[in-house]
Design a protein around this ligand. Structure first.
Ligand code: GLU
Length: 571
């Protein structure tokens, strides 16, 4: 799949401005680097990251440049109108920290905001488009915070590749073209129609040149004025205007809501897996807790039973996942609003008690949440949402600084509404649309100033000595947790390279039927799993977009998910 695209890049060189053609395409076919590496969802975005690393930038600097280009070339999946989580390993202190740029609900948000007149939750397709689902975008605030603490290059320098590409144009990539073509609902939304459709009603095709002068102008302003130029002034006014004048579901965001946004630095959630240590994002993401729980349960079984794609591995991982997903939907939400029993949920004895529920020979059926040893309020488990507007990148710089960043506009093209050249997220529909279930409040109910529950899981694994070993993350909504754990187990227990682990056919369980991605391996597993009591759903292609890097002797190797347009490049 990759070689033809690589060839296409070469062919396009003839007709396009040179900046719009990936400069480092060879990295694409030889993902090994000695000193620095970028794994990201689009070749142009990865190029921007490597350009910063080559200019002496840190992994944080490079991640910022990657994000700004992604917002142009992969706008269906992430951008400055969305939110993100960044996990960062600092080799100087050997500490891992995380930055929370999750969107925040505006002051007008209410628990019943997604209920219809009869008090029933609206459907997702009904609630997503327009202004009501838009949270205060967190990406720019978070990137500025990370840059102030860990950046080396001037802030404005990081904007240059994206500004140039937005002005000169770039060839529409396979995934963007496919997304526009398949996203029929978008054709009715004026911003999508104006940007991605020709006057005759045909969608933009792969390879056609797309420019975005509004985005270039927006980036110029943020480059010059910092995050303040995004959260106040002309850009903030455009965001508020777009939310309030949305063609459907107008919202009530205010200029004060934007001016009050604050990114946060948080402790990541870490735990052991055999001889390794795994860190990922804590609440408001459920990723860290769930991954530490799943791996904590799995480490009770020998590696020999966890070889990738074997019946025992798929079964055991499905069981541990069921238990973790059951806890996820009950206990995890914005910790500023509910007491999340993080310590209790990753407590060694609690995890052991959950692992004891696993029968190695029989599917347990729907798991229920446990009773972690930490006080918390009584909550009802929410129904789990699922979406597809996310991107993941992993980067390592010359000093060994590692960034794993998962970034999202939530659904495809977010809320489908644009302000000044970028899409606004629909992340408020990551709240439970039901604020109450079975007479109990839902921890992740909407509220003013609250961050919705996420599953985004930028993850870093350390070796016995506490040094960086590998990092991975993915889009995919709640399935992210399953994608990441499968990949980590395949690398650690199965000895797979990142590229091999990322390419494996997916099997996962979100505490519902076991999901198998159509493939020869899974076709063979299906009857065997059914014989063990699994209900099975077969899906044609999973929505993972895993990008990862692993340290090896003499350098790094990486992997990019063939399900998307990603690349791994480095020096
Ligand atoms: N908004 C989702 C979350 O934060 C991610 C959606 C996706 O991965 O596409 O969990």
């Amino acid at each position: 799949m990759k070689t033809p695209r690589f060839l296409l890049c070469l062919i396009l060189t003839v007709a396009l401005p040179s900046s719009a053609t990936p400069q480092t395409a060879p990295g694409f076919v030889q993902p090994f680097a000695k000193t620095q590496m970028v794994a990201a969802a689009n070749p142009l975005a990865a190029d921007a990251g490597l350009e910063m690393l080559r200019a002496g930038g840190s992994a944080v600097d490079a991640a910022i440049a990657v994000q700004l280009v992604l917002g142009l070339v992969e706008p269906e999946s992430s951008g400055i109108g969305g939110g993100a989580f960044m996990l960062l390993f600092d080799p100087k202190t050997k500490k891992t920290t995380s930055f929370d740029g999750r969107e925040v609900a505006p002051s007008s948000a209410r628990p019943d905001m997604f209920l219809d007149a009869g008090g029933k939750p609206r459907t997702k397709p009904d609630a997503i488009p327009g202004g009501l689902s838009v949270g205060i975008p967190g990406v720019i605030g978070m990137l500025e915070m990370a840059h102030q603490k860990h950046g080396k290059l001037p802030w404005a320098r990081l904007f240059q590749p994206a500004i140039k590409l937005a002005e000169d144009g770039f060839p529409v990539g396979p995934k963007l073209a496919r997304t526009i073509r398949n996203f029929k609902r978008g054709a009715n939304m004026p911003d999508i129609k104006a940007r991605f459709y020709h006057a005759d009603g045909t969608p933009l095709q792969q390879g056609e040149i797309y420019k975005n002068a509004d985005y270039a102008d927006t980036l110029q302003k943020i480059a010059a004025g910092g995050a303040a130029a995004f959260y106040t002034g002309e850009i903030a006014q455009a965001i508020v205007g777009a939310v309030r004048a949305a063609p459907v579901n107008p919202g009530n965001m205010t200029l004060d809501d934007l001016a009050n946004f604050k990114a946060l630095e948080r402790e990541p959630v870490c735990g052991p897996y055999r001889m390794w240590r795994v860190c990922s994002m804590g609440p408001p993401s459920s990723g860290g807790v769930a991954i530490v729980q799943i791996l904590g349960m799995l480490q009770r079984f020998p590696s020999s039973q966890l070889q990738p794609g074997t019946l025992s591995e798929v079964h055991m991982r499905a069981q541990a996942s069921r238990l973790a997903y059951a806890d996820r939907v009950k206990f995890i939400a914005d910790p500023a609003f509910v007491k999340v029993p993080v310590k209790g949920l990753v407590d060694k004895d609690y995890i052991a008690s959950r692992a004891a529920l696993i029968d190695p020979h029989r599917d347990m059926g729907t798991a229920t949440a446990g009773n972690p040893p930490e006080k918390h309020a009584a909550f009802a488990p929410q129904r789990s949402p699922s979406n597809h507007g996310t991107s993941h990148m992993t980067l390592v710089d010359k000093t060994g600084q590692v960034v794993a960043m998962t970034t999202s506009v939530e659904s495809v093209f977010g809320s489908n509404v644009m302000a000044k050249g970028f899409f606004l997220n629909n992340t408020l529909t990551d709240f439970s649309l039901d604020p109450m279930l079975n007479g109990l409040p839902v921890a992740n109910a909407p509220a003013a100033g609250k961050r919705p529950l996420s599953a985004m899981s930028p993850t870093i694994v350390f070796d016995r000595g506490g040094d960086f070993l590998l990092s991975v993350g993915s889009p995919g909504g709640p399935a992210i947790i399953g994608y990441v754990t499968q990949t980590v187990v395949a690398m650690l227990d199965g000895g797979k390279t990142p590229a091999e682990a990322i390419t494996l056919p997916r099997q996962l369980n979100l505490n519902s039927p076991t999901r198998l991605e159509r493939s020869a391996v899974n076709d063979a597993l299906e009857p065997q799993l059914k014989a063990m009591g699994h209900a099975v759903t077969v899906v044609m292609g999973e929505g993972s977009g895993l990008h990862g890097i692993r340290k090896v002797k003499g350098g790094y190797i990486g992997g990019a998910d063939p399900r998307r347009d990603g690349v791994v490049i480095g020096d």
